[in-house]
Structures are given as structure tokens and as C-alpha cells.
Ligand binder design. Structure first.
Ligand code: GDP
Ligand code: MG
Length: 177
């Protein structure tokens, strides 16, 4: 990134998790660069992107880790999770299987990251409502039972992307400040 940490009051490590193809990289692209690409290329060599926000008159730097697509073929390494204080766990509202795998991702997080990690569950691709497979009420109830925050998002039309990341970061901020 090249930007210094001068003046930064808090640095939070956040990890993106969820099945391959659900839109993790594009959600991050949208949040950090306000960009979206239909043909998503794996982020080679880049482990994380950062964005600095002001919260409560404090400078909060979010260091958000994205996978290089390895979740498709192999396990994510423990280094990825180390020190993470929050996670954005994404599924695709048009693919039931990606929602069924949310529990597996929660187990991964609870094993490899902090047990008390804060999780924002995100049902992405809300722009594809005609192809919806996962009802919003089902996801909301699941999130409530598991103690997760929940929003449906679209990296394509931007809806709720800012709210999902900023919502997670403000909850993290509340727990550490
Ligand atoms: P990742 O494997 O979870 O990182 O998923 P990507 O971010 O690479 O996205 C996978 C595919 O879904 C790409 O073709 C994206 O353009 C597409 N995609 C991502 N987010 C959205 C979205 O909100 N709506 C739609 N319609 N497509 C999306
Ligand atoms: Mg990706």
C-alpha cells in the first residue's frame, strides 16, 4: 500500500472467508477501491488491502485479508487467520450450497482465529434476486442463533457493502475501545 501508520490509533485485522466464487474479492474491491470486475482475477502477491476510517475521532486502519483463491482447492493456512479480530463471512444468495457451508467456515474461524472473533455474515449478489435460493429470513434467523451480524449485499450495485464493513468495524471498535 505504501501508506504509513503515522497517526493511526487502531489497526484491525479482518479476514474474508466463504466459498470460492461468492464474491469475497469483489466485496473487498468495492469497499477499498470502489471498483467491481465481472471477470475477477485472483489477487496474486497481495495478501491484504487497507482502508482507514475515522471512528469516534480516532483513526482506525482496517487491514482486510483476502485469499488468493486457495479455498477452492485447499485449506486456508493458519497464518491467514492469526490475529484476526473480525471476519466477513460471505455466501452467494443464489447458491444454497454456499450457505450450507457457512457452518464449516464458522468452525474454521473459531478454531484458527480468536474464539471471540466478531463475524458479519453477508449474503452477497442481492442484485440477482430472480435467482435467489436462500431466503433472507432463513439467513437472518441463522445469524441470530449463532450471534453473527447479518446483511445482504451486492458488490455489483454496491448495496450494503459499506454498511457491512463499517458495521463490522464499528462493532470491533466498540469491543476494544
Ligand atoms: P471470490 O472467489 O469469493 O473472491 O469471488 P469473486 O469476488 O472472485 O467473484 C466471483 C464472481 O462473482 C465474479 O465473476 C464476480 O464478478 C461475481 N460477483 C461478485 N460479487 C457479485 C455481486 O454482488 N453480484 C453479481 N451479480 N456478481 C458478483
Ligand atoms: Mg477471491
Amino acid at each position: 500500500q505504501g501508506d504509513s501508520d503515522e497517526g493511526i490509533d487502531y489497526m484491525f485485522k479482518i479476514v474474508m472467508v466463504g466459498d470460492s466464487g461468492v464474491g469475497k474479492s469483489q466485496l473487498l474491491n468495492r469497499f477499498v477501491k470502489n471498483e467491481f470486475h465481472m471477470k475477477s482475477k485472483p489477487t496474486i502477491g497481495v495478501e491484504f488491502l487497507t482502508r482507514t476510517l475515522v471512528m469516534d475521532h480516532k483513526l482506525v486502519k482496517a487491514q482486510i485479508w483476502d485469499t488468493a483463491g486457495q479455498e477452492r482447492y485447499q485449506a486456508i493456512t493458519t497464518a491467514y487467520y492469526r490475529g484476526a479480530i473480525g471476519a466477513l463471512l460471505a455466501y452467494d444468495i443464489t447458491k444454497q450450497q454456499t450457505f450450507d457451508h457457512v457452518e464449516k467456515w464458522l468452525d474454521e474461524l473459531r478454531i484458527h482465529a480468536d474464539r471471540n472473533i466478531l463475524v458479519m455474515l453477508v449474503g452477497n449478489k442481492s442484485d440477482l434476486s430472480s435467482l435467489r435460493a436462500v431466503p433472507v429470513e432463513v439467513a437472518r434467523e441463522f445469524a441470530q442463533q449463532e450471534g453473527l451480524f447479518f446483511l445482504e449485499t451486492s458488490a455489483l450495485d454496491s448495496s450494503n457493502v459499506e454498511s457491512a464493513f463499517v458495521g463490522l468495524l464499528s462493532q470491533v471498535y466498540r469491543t476494544v475501545s
